[in-house]
Design a protein around this ligand. Structure first.
Ligand code: FAD
Ligand code: NAI
Length: 486
């Protein structure tokens, strides 16, 4: 029997599974095809984010932060804890349990929303003659299954970028999957790439007592962040015992022997150096994943970096074919992927109802970015350097956590919040934070920017006392030079 769907989604990461749920909610007959298998060879929905990305990394960050607190922060509260140790295997099983609960949760959500879920690798075949349908062949390693769909959303995500011909064996040289599954604490950990994964995974093991060395090719640290925040982060991290970050390096060679990994690189003055570590994490970015999808036969446009080319609405140049998430331009973030998934599902539902008006674009300017280090880093909107290079005049309001009662009570007083507002209209252009729980605080700034708020708007909103949100309040007051507690 011909299996014909309104929408087929390839990939069940945060782009694909959210698109599938939203499509089904809107009454579209939906199938979601995903090939992910966990280490036990079982189908596991949720893509990179749930299986080897956002969720497991945050689980390990929480465990390691608790360990670090109990050793280094509890004494200040008068809490005496002796003989603290970490059982890495328990920490990893806790993380695995969280992952399994969540991936199983997606399967339950599919069932609830009547999304057909098929496990296997999907290949898109040439635009069929049958009433403008797409044909999709699915290989589950045992048999080939074929489904047809009127609309197809490609949400195949990304894979780690390879460095030189470095053999990732996930024993000594690890990518993000291997880094999440270490069975014991390495004494010496090397990380190539001081990006988001490098900093987060480096933090996990440093907090547990590893000597961590991070090697970064770019001349400056965290170049995507606001310069002042990046400088503050580097200053704070450089005081961390057991953490060394070197920028401006060039990797020359990576060699393994029975017990360790030796990285040869030139430092920022061009001098040759060697780093010997027990484990090495390579986290030098990710590349779009289109392998085996059959795109070349379809003549689908990909750009020079391998991203599927889409317009502002995630439409490709082929009819009824869309792409969302890490496989297309824009930041590689789960919430960006999901937002695009929802937008495309709603556009398809509208088309099916005869409404061809394009939906609202996903607003890239209000996508929050968070790095879950300690202290956390978060931002939304423009950085100071972006505003300067665009010749936009702006005002700055800034407030430190050290002057905030809740931060004092927490014992987490490093960092600050900075609000950038247009010099003439006072509209908020960017908000940058480094400090405790800024991953949560940034949402207020996102809401404000989505509603085109001014700094005056935040300044006039009542914030609970004592709370960390008062730091954003005071920073907004500071734009007009009327912060109260400094
Ligand atoms: P993916 O999640 O990669 O999912 C793609 C799915 O498609 C996969 O299941 C894959 O198996 C499947 N697939 C691919 N090809 C085929 C095919 N031909 N047939 C069938 N199935 C196919 N982002 C955040 O926002 N916050 C974080 O804290 C965060 N932490 C991260 C930590 C790590 C260690 C990593 C690696 C990433 C992290 N990210 C984070 C990024 C986030 O995981 C990605 O941006 C997000 O998963 C992208 O979603 P996606 O749906 O586009 O693709
Ligand atoms: P990244 O792009 O964040 O960082 C990669 C880093 O490696 C860069 O600083 C780059 O300059 C450096 N690099 C590249 N080549 C190098 C080389 N040859 N030698 C030394 N350094 C080199 O990529 P990362 O950390 O791999 O993460 C991939 C994606 O996953 C990110 O783009 C991010 O969007 C997402 N992610 C998001 C998280 C979050 O939102 N909290 C957490 C983890 C990942």
């Amino acid at each position: 029997m011909l299996k014909l769907f309104d929408v087929a989604i390839i990939g069940a990461g945060p782009g694909g599974y959210v698109a599938a749920i939203r499509s089904a909610q809107l009454g579209l007959n939906t199938v979601c095809i995903d090939e992910w298998e966990n280490t036990k060879g079982k189908a596991s929905l949720g893509g990179t984010c749930l299986n080897v990305g956002c969720i497991p990394s945050k689980a390990l960050l929480e465990s390691s932060e608790n360990f670090y607190r109990s050793v280094h922060k509890f004494p200040a509260h008068g809490i005496k804890v002796e003989g603290v140790s970490i059982d890495v295997s328990v920490m990893i099983s806790r993380k695995d349990k969280i992952v399994t609960t969540f991936t199983g949760g997606i399967a339950a959500l599919f069932k609830k929303n009547k999304v057909t879920s098929i496990h296997g690798k999907a290949k898109l075949l040439k635009h069929g003659k049958q009433e403008e349908t797409w044909k999709i062949e699915i290989d589950n390693k045992k048999e080939l299954e074929t489904v047809y769909a009127k609309h197809v959303i490609v949400a195949t995500g990304s894979t780690p970028r390879q460095l030189l011909s470095t053999p990732i064996d996930n024993v000594r040289i690890l990518d993000n999957s291997g880094a999440l599954d270490l069975t014991e604490r390495p004494e010496r950990l090397g990380v190539i790439g001081a990006g988001v994964i490098g900093l987060e995974m480096g933090s996990v093991w440093r907090r547990l007592g590893s000597e961590v060395t991070i090697l970064e090719a770019m001349p400056e640290f965290l170049m995507a962040a606001d310069e002042q925040i990046a400088k503050e982060a580097r200053k704070i991290f450089s005081k961390e015992p057991g953490l060394s970050i070197q920028t401006g390096i060039e990797i020359k060679e990576i060699k393994t022997n029975k017990n360790n990994v030796i990285v040869t690189f030139t430092d920022n003055s061009g001098k040759s150096q060697k780093l010997e570590v027990d484990k090495l994490i390579v986290a030098v970015g990710r590349v779009p994943n289109t392998a085996g999808l059959g795109l070349t036969d379809l003549d689908l446009k990909v750009d020079e970096r391998g991203y599927i080319v889409v317009d502002d609405f995630c439409c490709t140049d082929l009819p009824n074919l869309y792409a969302v998430g890490d496989v297309v331009r824009g930041p590689m973030l789960a919430h960006k992927a999901s937002e695009e998934g929802v937008a495309v599902a709603e556009m398809i539902a509208a088309i099916e109802k005869g409404n061809t008006r394009k939906p609202e674009k996903v607003n890239f300017n209000t996508i929050p970015r968070v790095i879950y280090t300690s202290p956390e880093i978060a931002w939304v909107g423009k950085t100071e350097q972006e505003l300067k290079s665009a010749n936009i005049s702006y005002k700055v309001g800034q407030f430190p956590f050290i002057a905030n009662g809740r931060a004092r009570a927490l014992g987490d007083t490093v960092g600050f919040v900075k609000v950038l507002a247009d010099a003439t209209s006072d509209r908020i252009l960017g908000v940058h934070m480094i400090g405790p729980y800024v991953s949560e605080l940034i949402s207020e700034a996102v809401v404000a920017m989505e509603f085109s708020a001014s700094s005056e708007d935040i300044a006039r909103i009542i914030h609970a006392h004592p709370s960390l949100s008062e730091v954003l309040h005071e920073a907004a007051l500071g734009v007009d030079k009327r912060a109260l507690h400094i």
